[in-house]
Design a protein around this ligand. Structure first.
Ligand SMILES: [Zn+2]
Length: 411
């Protein structure tokens, strides 16, 4: 067979396998006849592909369906424990590593903090920490190394997904590091990488609040603020992979100085760090609040302290969250006016324990957004919660696994 013909034949095979996997991944249990009907493949093809996938351990027979006259059909389902993937979140000040199954169910998780000190943020130190965390988690999980399909990395900052290079990670202050290649060289698994918030958006569309939705935005509010934009079911990257940097939309021209050098960026006003800073200032001025009630030192308060105080009715904390919500809502209304998405999925600590920030965001978008999109766009909390980034990282690998390339080569 000529090379071109062989290539297109393999691609065809791969697409057919991917179609069968998709039916079982998204639709649950199915008979072969149903799979053939949904995919448009011939019954013979479906029999062939499912036989191969069963031999590889990907499918289980779960029982017998109802007969429509002839022999009752065998029902198939995906075996989520057939293979495993590793997800890494390299966020602002924190690294999380997980092992998950094919349904993104987390089996083991490890978290470490990277302090705000210069010597902790050197590239080689961070890289070695990630590599040793992955090695430890594989050992602890007792999963056979051959069952691990790859490593997904959700990395803070600007990430070039085609070269695997972390172009710029503001918190770590490094530029142009080949993080994907370095991890792959050290561990021998394929590595897939994207910006952390874009990975979150992918995770939301596979496993979270955005299943079946083609146009949506995920917004992460942490020490940094960013957006993952999905247009027509595809992530939008921008020419230089920096689309979604909404933390640097100016929301107050007279606002405080931001990390990026400008003044009044959203991140300088509504990030976790800036809320903590504001709370510390108020406490030092002697304001009555429960925010610091569990802390000896005012300098030790965290975003969780603010959220907990708000949940207990503390007026200062509630005001801080509502005010942050107003500024975040301003930025979101600009996005909604520009992109007209179906929904906006909010991720971040200030969304978790109470609704003050979320309600304030919704109210602001309704009030200042252009009427048609602003009234219709749903703004909701992520159902993946604090695992949004690692599940996003895991999904970076799963989307490759479910493309079926590996099987097409082996079949
Ligand atoms: Zn900025």
């Amino acid at each position: 067979m000529s090379k071109v013909l062989k290539g297109s034949f393999e691609l065809m095979k791969q697409l057919n396998i991917a179609a069968v996997l998709k039916v079982l991944r998204t639709g649950g249990k199915r008979s072969r006849a149903e799979i053939a009907e949904i995919t448009g493949l011939t019954p013979a093809s479906v029999t062939n592909i499912t036989k191969f996938l069963m031999n590889a351990g990907y499918l289980n027979e779960t029982g017998i369906g109802e007969s429509s006259g002839g022999r009752p059909p065998v029902i198939l389902e995906l075996n989520p424990e057939a293979r495993y993937v590793i997800g890494v979140d390299l966020g602002v000040g924190v690294i999380e590593v997980v092992i998950a199954n094919l349904e993104a169910k987390i089996l083991v998780k490890k978290t470490i903090k990277i302090e705000d000190k210069e010597d902790e943020k050197v590239y080689n130190i961070v890289l070695n920490k990630i590599i040793s965390m992955i090695r430890e988690i594989i050992d602890e999980s007792t999963i056979g190394k051959e069952k691990i399909m790859g490593i997904g990395m959700a990395v803070h900052g600007v990430v070039n997904t085609s070269t695997g290079v972390s172009e710029f990670a503001p918190y770590y202050n490094w530029k142009k590091v080949s993080i994907s290649q370095n991890v792959e060289d050290a561990l021998g698994y394929p590595v897939y990488i994207d910006n952390d918030v874009r990975a979150m958006a992918l995770g939301e569309s596979w496993f979270g609040s955005a299943r079946g939705i083609d146009n949506f935005i995920t917004i992460n509010i942490s020490n940094g603020i960013g957006a993952g934009i999905i247009i027509d079911n595809k992530p939008y990257y921008g020419v230089d992979y920096s689309a979604g940097e909404i933390g640097h939309i100016v929301v107050d021209v007279d606002g405080p100085k931001c990390n990026c050098g400008n003044y009044g960026c959203l991140e300088s006003i509504a990030s976790n760090k800036s809320l903590v800073k504001k709370a510390m200032k108020l406490i030092k001025q002697g304001i009555e609040t429960r925010i610091s009630k569990n802390k000896k030192n005012v300098e030790d308060i965290t975003i969780e302290d603010i959220c907990e105080a708000a949940s207990n009715g503390d007026e200062t904390a509630i005001t801080l969250l509502k005010e942050a919500g107003r500024y975040i809502g301003l930025a979101i209304s600009n996005l909604v006016n520009t992109l007209n998405p179906t929904q906006v999925v909010m991720v971040g600590e200030i969304m978790l324990s109470n609704d003050y920030a979320l309600e304030s965001i919704k109210g602001t978008v309704k009030k200042v957004g252009f009427e048609l999109p602003a009234q219709k766009t749903r703004i909701l909390q992520s159902t993946l919660g604090s695992n949004a980034a690692v599940i996003g990282a895991v999904t970076l690998v799963l989307q490759e696994v479910f493309k079926g390339k590996e099987f097409a080569e082996k079949q």
